[in-house]
Write a protein that binds this ligand. Structure first.
Ligand code: NDP
Length: 256
């Protein structure tokens, strides 16, 4: 029931493109307030404007407050002062969507640069953990809140050339499942969304900007769109308070 989102405040990391941007817009459409976080300020502003338009078109008179935070989740100092960057009326976050993440390169183990290994772990794992810690402390005090983490099929099934990315997503899976058990018997909910192939900027970043290599991955199949996954995230958030969607694995029909 979408009315459960009315007036809620949602923080979406990685909201400047792809799944995060689509999620921010869908929450806005559902009458939530949204804080959008990513490194690219200009891209965030565009998505924030899309949120405003979507909220206005919904005709809902709750929610509709939007704020962008330019921040790198891999920078612990920046994350530590994250709440200082929120306007006073949006300090109380109800739903945290840990979506910021990427895969860079398809090299085999011996060929991967240290910087790429460290970068992927710093964002996909350590960044997600730091942001989660910040809000779980709040959620525990308030005895309310929902953490929604973006895992991946890569967190279940490794693939050649994806050793580091799959290791990061296996870590997200283990961390999320542990957190869920830690807050059992409290009203706090923990969800992991595990998408299969979704066509976003992610695909191009994986191939270091090589568009045609990125396109080849989807030859002969129809990948998911960012909106397909955003709909699952918003659906999980809108379940009744006693229902926790622990994991949701979502594939395009052509993927097995
Ligand atoms: P996009 O590249 O479109 O979006 C990634 C987002 O993360 C961008 O908004 C980017 O913004 C942000 N981001 C990256 N690094 C940081 C950082 N250090 N600090 C803050 N923000 C950051 O990819 P998707 O939408 O496809 O990916 C979203 C999530 O879904 C990721 O966690 C990804 O691993 C996961 N996923 C994607 C799949 C796919 O096939 N696309 C499949 C399975 C999972 P900016 O550059 O402005 O910081």
């Amino acid at each position: 029931n979408a009315s459960r989102l009315l007036g809620k405040t949602v923080l979406v990391t990685g909201a400047s493109s792809g799944i995060g941007a689509a999620t921010a817009v869908l929450f806005a459409k559902g009458g939530a307030n949204v804080i959008l976080l990513a490194r690219r300020a200009d891209a965030l502003q565009k998505v924030q404007e899309e949120c405003r338009v979507a909220h206005r078109a919904s005709g809902l008179n709750q929610g509709g407050k939007f704020h962008s935070v330019q921040l790198d989740v891999s920078d612990k100092t920046q994350v530590a002062s994250l709440l200082d960057k929120f306007p006073n009326d949006l300090r109380q976050v109800d739903i945290l969507v840990n979506n910021a993440g990427y895969v860079l390169g398809v090299e085999h183990v011996g060929d991967i640069a240290d910087a790429d290994i460290e970068g992927m772990f710093a964002t996909n794992v350590l960044g997600l953990i730091s942001v989660t810690q910040l809000f779980v402390r709040e959620f525990k005090k308030r005895q309310a809140g929902h953490v929604i983490n973006l895992g991946s099929i890569a967190g279940i099934e490794p693939y050649a050339g994806g050793s580091i990315y799959t290791a990061t997503k296996h870590a997200v899976h283990a961390f999320t499942a542990s957190l869920m058990r830690e807050v059992v018997n409290t009203p706090i909910r923990v969800t992991e969304i595990q998408p299969g192939m979704v066509e976003t900027e992610f695909s191009v970043i994986r191939f270091r900007g090589d568009n045609s290599a990125a396109k080849k991955v989807y030859e002969g199949l129809e990948p998911l769109t960012a909106v397909d996954i955003a709909e699952e995230i918003v659906w999980a958030a809108a379940r009744p308070p006693h229902v926790n969607i622990a994991e949701l694995l979502v594939f395009p029909v052509n993927q097995a």
